[in-house]
Each structure stands twice: as structure tokens, then as C-alpha cells.
Write a protein of this length. Sequence first.
Length: 345
Amino acid sequence: ALILGIESSCDESAAALVRDDRTIVAHRLASQEAAHQPYGGVVPEIAARAHVESLPPLISAVFEEAGLELEDCDAVAATSGPGLIGGVMVGMVMGKALAMAAGKPFLAINHLEGHALSPRLDDASLQFPYLLLLVSGGHCQILRVDGPGAYARLATTIDDALGEAFDKTAKLLGLGYPGGPAVEKLAREGDPKAVPLPRPLLGSDEPHFSFAGLKSAVLRAVESGEHAAADIAASFQQAAIDCVVDRLGKALTEANFDAPITRLVVAGGVAANQSVRAALEALAAKHDIAFSAPPIWLCTDNAAMIGWAGMERFLAGDTGDPLDFKARPRWPLDDAAAPVRGAGV
Ligand code: ATP
Ligand code: MG
Ligand code: FE
């Protein structure tokens, strides 16, 4: 089977063609980073307009590169939430129109499900269930992934997402937007022990995450003028990693699973961070389970993961969503099994 995937939930416009044998036949991505850079963050209105302009040529390009046509697709999958609603609607409406034109099913994809299943696109040996750390610009969650549409959320953040904490730290250090990769790069030149920073909820009985206190401490460290930027970056990254490892360790030890968990998996933009990956790999080894992370480019937003999430549903016998499916600015992943059809905007 062949599926066209479309992504437009934030500041990446992307299109991809994926096959059921996990081949990414073609993929294209246009980042809007330059357009948002002057504002230090994503401006929803600018993002939506940019998706309108970028998506049609990207979609044409993947078909051209693959030597295939719309009619060759078995379904069209487009991100339909959560995210910036204007952009989500642009990609979703294009997906619906293409599906209708081709007379093929339309699959309304939860962007988080795209991230959650992305490790399976690269790794055919990764079986359900697995324990997933989903760390992105808007989310920080521990999930048990039982299959497409079947998620149990074990922990979430009570304030900021991890990617958001990286982005805010970058802004405080004057590193610009997007911040994660810049903080990681600068951290390589710093001492992770140089700046004493808090590790919110470390050792706490509740399973959740918190990063707001860490962010405030970074602000105070910057304002004190006593520390080199590289030391602050390295110390922030280490504090964040210590929190994540502690929380995941707790989930691995205490969570009651029906089936044994044999894999620890990380996905989402922050999964691109080498230090985060290394720390999680060590944690998995300590718990004697395998570790998986998607290739770096599949961690941040892309359309291959959206096409693949569609493929997982298609292969599971899903016949698609109605063409009046409403985009959902908020769409918790553990709702995916029973999406509220028609709810949302
Ligand atoms: P969501 O998926 O929650 O809707 P999003 O789509 O905006 O949010 P992603 O594209 O998955 O998020 O990830 C982007 C986030 O990942 C940003 O916060 C970015 O700073 C962070 N990020 C990207 N690369 C790295 C890195 N190397 N180290 C740390 N953080 C990173
Ligand atoms: Mg982005
Ligand atoms: Fe994302």
C-alpha cells in the first residue's frame, strides 16, 4: 500500500509518500524558521499563510520524484490536530480535497500519534507494547503504546513541555529560535556542573514532570551575570536530563503493565538531542530492556511520520474519517481510540 502524508501543525510544511514495507518513497519539507525568526517564536497567522504557499509544490514534488500519481495512493493522511489551528486546517483541507479527487479514504491523523509511531517506521523489530517518552515543543509525556489508537498516558507535564524549556533557555541566552539545537550545541562547550540548578519533582511520588522552576532558575543564573552562557546551557541540559531519567525510571519500576515492556522508546523533537538519547539508552540498559529512537530527522516534525501513522491505521483495517472531520486544536493522544468526531473547531 502507498499513502500520502501531509504535515502542517506548526512551522514545518511537509509532504511524504510512504509504503507499507516502511519505504519512504519521497519526502519534502519546507521550514518556516526564517519567517518566524524575527519574532522569536512561531506566529500562527504567518504559519498558516506559509502552509498555503508551500504545501502544493511540496506535494507535487514528492509525486514527481517518486514517478507516481495521486491515483497510486491507497489513502491520504493529514495532520488534523493538535497544533496551531490555522495551519492544521490548511493541510487537512488539502488532504481531504486530494482524497476526494482520488476517491480514496481520508485519514485524520493526530500529530502526536505521528510522533508516537515514528520509531516503528525506521525499526521493523519494534513491537507493541512499548514505553514511550514523547518530548516535543508542546508535550512531555510518558505513554504506554499498545498499538495504533491505543495509548495509556502515565505521566505528563504540569507546566512547560521539555522542548519549550529548551526554547525558553535559548531565548534567555540570546540563542534565537528554534532553541533546542542551539542549546545542545552550546552545551558541548560548557560544564554541566558549573551552575547549580533545581531538578523539579526529582524523587517525587507523583509520576509527572515540571520544568517551570528550572526555567526560572535559568533566568536568575543569566541575570546574575556570574556564569558563562555555555555553562548555563550545559547545566540546564543536565538538569533536564536528570529529571527525565528520574521520572522514566519511576515509570519503569512502578507502572503496572499487563504485558511486559521490552522497549524504552523516545520520540518528538527533543529526541534529536544526543545527550538525551545517550542518557535514555543508559537507563534502558540499567533496566535490561532495549532502547529505540528514530533517526534524527524523523524526530522533529515531518510528513513521513504522518503518512506512516496513516499506514498503521490503514493496515489495521481503518476505513478512514469523514470528510467533515473537524480540526482539533487540542487532541490528547489517549483519546485517539475514540476520537470525538465532529468535536473541536
Ligand atoms: P508538538 O509535537 O508537541 O505539537 P512541535 O511539533 O512544535 O510540538 P517538534 O517539532 O516535535 O515540536 O519538536 C520541536 C521541539 O524540539 C522544539 O521545542 C525544539 O527546540 C526541540 N528540539 C529540536 N531539536 C532539539 C535538540 N537537538 N535538543 C533539544 N531540543 C530540541
Ligand atoms: Mg518546527
Ligand atoms: Fe511535533
